[in-house]
Design a protein around this ligand. Structure first.
Ligand SMILES: [Zn+2]
Length: 127
């Protein structure tokens, strides 16, 4: 009878610490935090399920440490200064050059209508 009770207690402890065991087996980054959550909030079903989900979803130690150095240079290489300068450069280099918004033909800065397509470049002055 005593042996059965000890066995039942041991089984309950094992079941209680399943999230910590999973976290330890997967060598997760936040094993200590998962263990503490499991220890203090495992008595509530929500805390137990939460720590178990955390243990299952948490990234492995090796994965995170390998991923950071690999990802950093590739990000820097993709964002080279030359494409950024082209992107931010205005399409018209000087303020005096005006282009028709309708057809893109070059027009004079004082022109009211586009000489190419006749598009009204600005509102006619009020009389
Ligand atoms: Zn035009």
């Amino acid at each position: 009878m005593v042996a059965v009770m000890i066995f039942a207690f041991a089984l309950a402890v094992v079941v209680y610490f399943i999230p910590s065991i999973v976290a330890y087996a997967r060598r997760t980054q936040n094993f200590l935090a998962i263990f503490l959550l499991n220890l203090f909030l495992g008595w509530s079903l929500l805390g137990w399920i939460g720590s178990l989900i955390w243990a299952l979803l948490d990234e492995k130690k090796g994965y995170a440490y390998v991923q950071i150095p690999v990802a950093a240079p590739s990000n820097n290489a993709s964002i080279s200064p030359q494409p950024r300068a082209i992107m931010t450069a205005p399409p018209t280099p000087s303020s005096t050059a005006v282009f028709c918004p309708h057809c893109g033909h070059a027009v004079g800065p004082e022109d009211l209508f586009c000489a190419h397509c006749g598009h009204a470049l600005r509102q006619p002055p009020e009389k």
